[in-house]
Design a protein around this ligand. Sequence first.
Ligand SMILES: Nc1ncnc2c1ncn2[C@@H]1O[C@H](COP(=O)(O)OP(=O)(O)OP(=O)(O)O)[C@@H](O)[C@H]1O
Length: 569
Amino acid sequence: MDPKIAESDPPSYRNGITKVLQYGEFTATGNRKVRYAVSLTERDLTIQKITSTPVGRSKVVFNLRDCVGCRAFSADDNADAGAYFSVYFYPFKRRWMSSGVARQRVEQCFRVALFQDPRANLEEAEKWAGTIRESSVRQQHLRNRVLYSEVHRPCSVMLLVNPHSGKGQALSLFTGHVQRMLNEAGVPHTLVITERQNHARELVREADLSKWGALVIMSGDGLLFEVVNGLMEREDWEKAIQTPLGILPGGSGNALAASIHHYSGAQPVSSEELLVSCGFLLCKGLVSRMDLASVHLGSSPSNPTRLFSFLSLAWGFVADVDVESEKYRHVGAARFTMGTLVRLASLRVYKGRLAYLPVDEVDGEEDGQSPVSLEEMTSISPQHQPPSSAFCSSTLLCRPLKDSPCQNAAHHTFRNSNNAFKGKKREPMSANATLTGPPDSLLVPLDQPVPSDWVVVPEEDYVLMLAMYQSHLAKDLYVAPDSTLDDGLIHLIYVRAGISRMALLRLFLAMEKGTHLANNCPHLVYTRVRALRLEPYSSKGVITVDGEVVEYGPVQAQVHGGIARLITR
Ligand SMILES: Nc1ncnc2c1ncn2[C@@H]1O[C@H](COP(=O)(O)OP(=O)(O)OP(=O)(O)O)[C@@H](O)[C@H]1O
């Protein structure tokens, strides 16, 4: 039997509060004898099988927040006067044979055959598809009772894929998972396969960014590092760095992808589930601010190199493991576990001097760091974009910057004014003609002593130093549990020499759940800072920035709160 509109109008309100926007009865696509009552409210799509007996009349309710897109289409068969609409959801569902939930794809397709005329049926299907998309966008924007604004402009997504990242499967992961999602969400995209190191960096340095609504990276964090630095090397860096960036995990560490998945409030997931989760966030296209750190490398103090970092600065154990575990790349994310075990067996002490500017020293000093609400209108909506996949801006609340107790820090540090570092008052270091980017107002040149309001750590023997600006260092390394995308903080963690192998192993195991800071390990120090300086004493060693090996030597960094944009939430 052909579907028909319900003879009597459906109730305008369900559950006493929710207005029904559209109601219809349609058949399933595979079996035209099976009919469904479909009702759309601002929040949900409810599907109920129509049967003569109450048995089997179970109702399925999909939240429109989980919807990435909806499309209407005609039948392939000319003899079929019906039209169709498909709705694509990615709700959290329990995993097979496992506890916990992850986003999983669900497609709901209906056949509309209300009229003899195929065009009239297609119009009806399009009406449904359009209303579902619009309602889904509205749901996405209604957060904390604020209606988020949306502006459209003609643009598409540049999707950069490093085919060698991770286990060398980034391209097949793209075609196997991401491509379909982007098509379902109606996100126009251009695939760029990187051919060599620095290809992406050069490309974004020269690109006409007005053509692109977003730059999305499908790789590990190394490719995003290239893109961030390419943007910051441009004359118009201030505008360029506001181009929304997106990340899809294709590497072995995938730290930023793990961080944004975590910020979305979802439970930890497997690698492929992480990809689906990040793909979902990408299709939703909400943009947030992201901190960057300006990192100065100074083996040649008169001519320092400046880099921009979105994730981490590491020295000692962690940096060594990152580099040494390259040879286990074929095992994917497990390479870090293998590298950790190998390095534990030959645990080393790293000598150097560490100093930092604690958070309380600059609270309230910096522009843009105050607890005010800012309205942003950064749009990355493509021209022909159906609203459900609309990339749009969000209202961002800059959090008040609270100081949190520094674990152990007070007992092992002292202010610079009391020690050999004693220096002059801070003179802001501006970006010179050869360096693009914001001036580093908290840093002085590397060949000068740190300013007097900095803290210098008296110990000089370390096992590791790790500065983090996001929560995760890898999918299973939840290193900075307090960190958020744009808190304007460097979460500094260091482990002093003297820790036993077993205690260090326990710390790394606890990092999987982010409980290491509550371990009361006397060798571990955690503190929140705005800037830091590290001067290793040895002439050889490894320092990594965002997992990439950089020039070894003195290094200092300052955080710039929220200067980049990332598709997240
Ligand atoms: N086509 C390419 N060939 C060789 N190297 C590339 C290519 N594209 C990018 N690169 C470089 O490869 C390095 C590693 O990239 P990336 O970090 O994205 O992947 P990964 O190392 O597999 O990920 P992870 O850091 O999570 O293990 C980066 O320095 C990047 O600049």
